[in-house]
Design a binder for this molecule. Structure first.
Ligand SMILES: C[S@@+](CC[C@H](N)C(=O)[O-])C[C@H]1O[C@@H](n2cnc3c(N)ncnc32)[C@H](O)[C@@H]1O
Length: 295
């Protein structure tokens, strides 16, 4: 299968900007709030020293590669939850205990791609969004007219997803919010004979299902992609796989996906995802991706 490599840059945000990066940290504006967070890949020299950055809130990690840590409020009245938007989607940003902010903004490159595929299909489209977190991909697909099944192990994240659905005034759209372990759910859907035209998966390096099921990226990805293949409709539109914080080349991800797409034709784009730094040529690498499309 033909593989095309391409760097995807999420440069389509009004409500988000990467203001500076380097010395192991990044300074970002999310709507009305500016935050400073660690970024282990930002080895380069920042435009200005991080301790001179004007942030409303600063995340201090317990250790270099440790997601855990604590937020330090610089602007005492900085709200914990505040509104954000991307195109027609309205949702909440929130400071979480694990430095995340309720949105992975670099994924806008895939939200837009999925919307284009769904709108161009000219037929009813069903999408499965695995490891869906707060649901931005699910909302993007629903806004484009797809029926969506959203799965995440965290009932809290799914709860935020439902709130975001209401904020985006998409309550009339068909989104099923499911709290379950991804591998278990996929196996059950195969037994039920359900199929999807589009499947999205953004698994963490390590994760736990609601009943403590263990997800380990390197161990479980090939089996999950086998399941994805079995869930595809006879005329699938797209499969989007992303990976972050794993020792993996995007070529490895793409070729593992290509194996599963044999017989469907189509093509695979693969590469890195990055965020552009305002007023600079700097790009902040965020994740790897491989995405298959029919046409
Ligand atoms: C990085 S987040 C996904 C972000 C999402 N794609 C987005 O753009 O908003 C990974 C998600 O995987 C979920 N997760 C971890 N282990 C899981 C498992 N075994 N089954 C299902 N979801 C799991 C976590 O709750 C988390 O929301």
């Amino acid at each position: 299968m033909k593989l095309t490599t391409r760097l995807l840059i999420a440069d389509d945000w009004e409500a988000y900007a990467l203001l500076d990066s380097g010395a192991g940290r990044k300074l970002e504006r999310f709507g009305t709030q500016t935050v400073s967070r660690p970024d282990p890949q930002a080895f380069w020299t920042p435009a200005t020293p991080p301790d001179s950055w004007q942030a409303d809130a600063v995340f201090d990690a317990k250790a270099q590669d440790d997601d855990r840590g604590a937020w330090r409020l610089v602007r005492g009245d900085a709200p914990e939850v505040w509104p954000l938007h991307w195109e027609e989607l309205r949702f909440q940003a929130r400071r979480t205990p694990f430095r995340h902010l309720g949105v992975f903004q670099e994924h806008s490159v895939h939200w837009r791609f999925a919307q284009e595929q769904i709108r161009a299909a000219g037929r009813p489209v069903k999408v499965l969004n695995l490891f869906g977190y707060t649901g931005l991909m699910s909302l993007a697909c629903a806004a484009a007219g797809a029926e969506v099944v959203h799965l995440d192990a965290s009932p809290k994240s799914n709860g935020y997803g439902k709130e975001n659905q209401a904020l985006s005034e998409l309550d009339d759209r068909a989104i099923r919010w499911i709290t379950d372990d991804a591998m278990k759910f996929v196996a059950r859907e195969i037994r039920r004979g359900n199929t999807y035209d589009g499947i999205v998966l953004d698994p963490p390096k390590f994760g736990r299902g609601p009943k403590n099921e263990t997800w380990r990226f390197e161990e479980s990805l090939p089996a999950l992609l086998d399941g994805v293949r079995a869930l595809l409709s006879p005329e699938p539109l797209f499969v989007i796989a992303t990976a972050y914080a794993v020792r993996l080349s995007y070529l490895a991800l793409a070729q593992t996906l290509a194996d599963r797409m044999t017989g469907f034709g189509g093509q695979i784009e693969t590469g890195e995802m990055a965020l552009p730094q305002q007023g600079s040529d700097r790009l902040l690498p965020t994740a790897l991706y491989a995405r298959w499309q029919q046409s």
